[in-house]
Every structure is written in structure tokens, then in C-alpha cells.
Design a protein. Structure first.
Length: 454
């Protein structure tokens, strides 16, 4: 399962990934971000933090749209708790005490969860206290006899009277009248304050991890399809335009590629195929499993010699990617591959047409005919290989014929070229016989021979 979590001041990226391994952690969500995450293949979305001002907030409709696509959406702690309370009737899953307080009407104001925080460069560190955490702290103090009912009420009144960006314990305590209980409470707060939002975020991530492990689907109870209003169409256009916008460095890379027209055309065709495959994946709700994503990761790292973490970090920097962007691109590649595999039977006639138009069909046919003619003269051409011979043939094919490492998952490799694993073994057996003049055992052939027809 590809899980995407929007988090910032409530809980950090490192802790989020520790609680939900494999998650893609994105900054606080603004309008259109849920829609983009859904389009990019998220199987589950966790909304913790989102923008309240300065940037348009997450729209209810994009959450409804994501759930219509079969994506499970969780909400907790902050903006996630607000939206979950508003959309739980439609299938959004709310988690935690803050969500429950909004859902029951115990709290109703947005400022209960709003905080001032630092910019992305400083990790969205919170610079004020959310009212929900102040309430939880006061409740904890009252239960431990640090505050009585009147004193607790005074603290809450002083906090609520402040603009959310000004809510710090220092400011709240300064607004209280001088007293022994205030000094006692001030000392207690330094070590015993409650971070209610972080607790709820941790609970939601644990719930998402449990959901991921079970690989189950939670039914989405959207009563009817979401109406495609003009406002919604506008959001879609803006989001798609943002997806297509390029950084200046990326534009310069493409300009360099345009100077090599044949190479440009080849990569353009590959991009077009990925684009169409992703459209098919979205239309058919194709979501690769965890194993497919890991296979994509292992295959790419093996192909580019990125086995060591240090090498991967160097590669990411050279390619202008963050770890989250790299994971997202691998997920996209896995979805495209899954969609291509699903329609592979229908692609074979088109593949032959492309070979003919490119002038490659005739040479491949001549080679296939020569191989068939040679095999007809071999003794027992249909005999099956023993396991040892199979392993040697696999080693010969990849290491000598293709001059590359043997893939970790041969079954997945065979599926990638459109055949079953048993067909793959037969395919390379015939290739070995062709290269070694019908000798059946790889050990008896000239294994060091480069081979003809390459």
C-alpha cells in the first residue's frame, strides 16, 4: 500500500515514517494537494496538518473525489480532525480525541487546532500552542490537583482570549494574575504539558499501519457521485497545470535533449506510454501491492548501482529529487507497469506493427526462422531441462548473453516481457541451443562464446 501523509508542525517526518514505514510524508496540505496525491497513486491518505490562512485550505470535494476513487482517507489532530468530523458520514475515517470533540460539537472553532509554525526550511516547528493541547494540559493538571476548577477556568479563558498565533505558555501565564497557584502551575507545565495533537497523530498513524498490514479495504459510503461543478473543474485544471509546470533546471535539461532529435523522440515515446498507462491505471483503479513497489525499488537501485545508501543519496542530489519524490516516481512507475501488464495481450499486435514500421520485423523473423530450422535438426528438441541445467542456462543468458546481473525475481522479469516463467525458461533454452549448435547442457557448450545474432 502506498500511504501518503500530510504532516508538519504536529509531528515530524522522521517520527511519521517510524510509525508508518514506507509512508510518503508531504508538507501541510493546501487546496488541491489531496487531489494530486490521489491522482499520483496513493492507496491511503492521512491528513494531519493543513493550511488555515495564507494558502487556500484543503477542499472537502477533493477528499470526496479521492474516496470515490477507492482511496481510504484518514484524518486526525489538526486540519485532518476538522475535515474528518465534516466528512465521516461519507467514509472519511476520523481518529483521536480532537476528531471526536469536533464530531460531537464539544468544540467548533477552527482556531482550536491552529498554530503558528516555522517555514519548511526549519521543519514547520510549532511556534505557538494549539488550544486543544492547552485544554488537554489544563484537564491533566486539574485531575492531578495542580489546578482547581476556578483556576482551570481562568487559564482556559486567558488562552482563548488570545489570537491563535499569540498562544504560548509564556503569554498565557503573563496574562494571569500573580499568585502562588500560577507559579506552581508554570513550573508544572514545563515538564507535564500535554501535546494532544501529536498524541492523536500517533494514534492515526498506528491505525493506518494496521490497515496497511491487513491489506483490507474499508468501504467508502459516498451516497452519490460528486457533482462536477465549475469550481471543481477549475481546481482540476489548476492542479494539472501545476503538475506540468517545470523548474528552470528541468527546462534546461529538456533543451539539451532536444539537440539530439532521435534520443528526444525515443524518450518522448516512453513518456507517452507512461502517460497512457497511468491513465489506464486510474481508469481501472489499478494499485500495485507492496511487493511490486519494493521490486520496482530494488530493480532501479540494482540497475543503477545504488545499493549503498550513500550512492543513492548522491544519485538523488544529482537528479534533483528528494527521497519522497523518488518514492513517488517509483510508485508511478509501478502503476504504469501494472497497467501495461494488464493490457499486454492487446499490445502484441501493435508491437508487431511498430516493428514492421521501424524496419526491425524482417531481421527478427529471419533469426526466428533460422533458430527453428536449426532446432528441428536437434535430438529431442522438446526435452525439458533439469534444475541444474536451468540455473546454468539462466546464468549464461544474463551474465554472458546480456552481460548483466541475474534479476532477483525471475517471475517478475518474465511477466515484464509478457510471458510466464515456464515460457521464459523455454525461451532462453532455445536461445542457448541456437548459440551452441543444439548442445543440450550448458556445461557442455562454449559458454564463453559471445554468441551470434546480437
Amino acid at each position: 500500500m502506498t500511504a501518503v501523509v500530510f504532516a508538519g508542525p504536529t509531528i515530524g517526518e522522521e517520527e511519521t515514517k517510524a510509525l508508518l514505514p514506507g509512508a510518503i510524508v508531504l508538507p501541510p496540505a493546501g487546496q488541491g494537494d489531496i487531489y494530486k496525491a490521489a491522482r499520483q497513486g496513493a492507496a491511503a491518505i492521512g491528513l494531519i496538518d493543513g493550511y488555515f490562512e495564507g494558502v487556500p485550505s484543503v477542499w472537502h470535494k477533493e477528499i470526496l473525489w479521492a474516496m470515490e476513487q477507492g482511496i481510504t482517507v484518514f484524518g486526525s489532530a489538526s486540519m485532518g480532525a476538522l475535515r474528518a468530523a465534516e466528512l465521516s458520514a461519507f467514509g472519511m475515517i476520523g481518529v483521536g480525541r480532537i476528531y471526536e470533540a469536533y464530531a460531537s460539537g464539544a468544540i467548533i472553532d477552527d482556531d482550536e487546532v491552529a498554530v503558528l509554525h516555522s517555514p519548511a526550511e526549519l521543519g514547520y516547528a510549532p511556534l505557538s500552542e494549539p488550544m486543544v493541547s492547552i485544554r488537554a494540559t489544563v484537564e491533566h493538571a486539574a485531575s492531578g490537583s495542580v489546578l482547581d476548577a476556578v483556576q482551570a477556568g481562568a487559564v482556559l479563558q486567558a488562552a482563548k482570549a488570545l489570537y491563535y498565533q499569540q498562544r504560548t505558555w509564556k503569554r498565557i501565564l503573563a496574562d494571569l494574575p500573580k499568585s502562588s497557584w500560577r507559579d506552581r502551575f508554570a513550573a508544572w507545565v514545563k515538564t507535564d504539558a500535554v501535546d494532544a495533537k501529536r498524541k492523536d497523530a500517533q494514534e492515526m498513524l498506528a491505525r493506518m499501519s494496521e490497515f496497511s498490514g491487513k491489506e483490507e479495504t474499508i468501504a467508502v459510503q459516498v451516497c452519490e457521485p460528486m457533482e462536477q461543478t465549475l469550481a471543481w473543474q477549475g481546481l482540476v485544471r489548476r492542479a494539472e497545470k501545476q503538475e506540468c509546470s517545470l523548474q528552470d533546471a528541468d527546462r534546461r535539461v529538456l533543451d539539451e535533449l532536444r539537440l539530439e532529435p532521435e534520443r528526444y523522440a525515443a524518450f518522448l515515446n516512453r513518456a507517452a506510454l507512461r502517460f497512457l498507462a497511468l491513465q489506464e491505471a486510474q481508469r481501472s483503479a489499478i494499485q500495485p501491492g507492496r511487493e511490486a513497489l519494493l521490486a520496482q525499488l530494488n530493480s532501479h537501485r540494482q540497475a543503477h548501482s545504488l545499493v549503498r545508501s550513500k550512492d543513492l543519496q548522491t544519485w538523488l542530489q544529482a537528479n534533483g529529487l528528494t527521497a519522497a519524490q523518488y518514492e513517488a516516481e517509483l510508485g508511478e512507475a509501478a502503476r504504469a507497469a501494472a497497467a501495461t501488464s494488464a493490457v499486454q495481450g492487446g499490445l502484441e499486435p501493435r508491437l508487431l506493427a511498430e516493428l514492421r514500421l521501424a524496419g526491425a520485423y524482417a531481421s527478427l523473423k529471419a533469426r526466428a526462422d533460422a533458430k527453428r530450422k536449426q532446432a528441428s535438426g536437434c535430438v529431442q528438441p522438446g526435452i525439458s531441462m533439469q534444475q541444474a541445467d536451468r540455473l546454468r542456462t539462466v546464468a549464461w543468458y544474463f551474465e554472458t548473453r546480456l552481460r548483466q546481473d541475474i534479476p532477483e525475481d525471475l517471475k517478475a522479469y518474465a511477466a515484464g516481457i509478457g510471458i510466464e516463467i515456464t515460457e521464459f525458461y523455454e525461451l532462453i533454452r532455445r536461445e542457448f541451443m541456437y548459440h551452441h549448435e543444439c548442445k543440450m547442457g550448458p556445461a557442455s557448450g562454449r559458454s564463453g562464446e559471445a554468441g551470434r545474432g546480437q
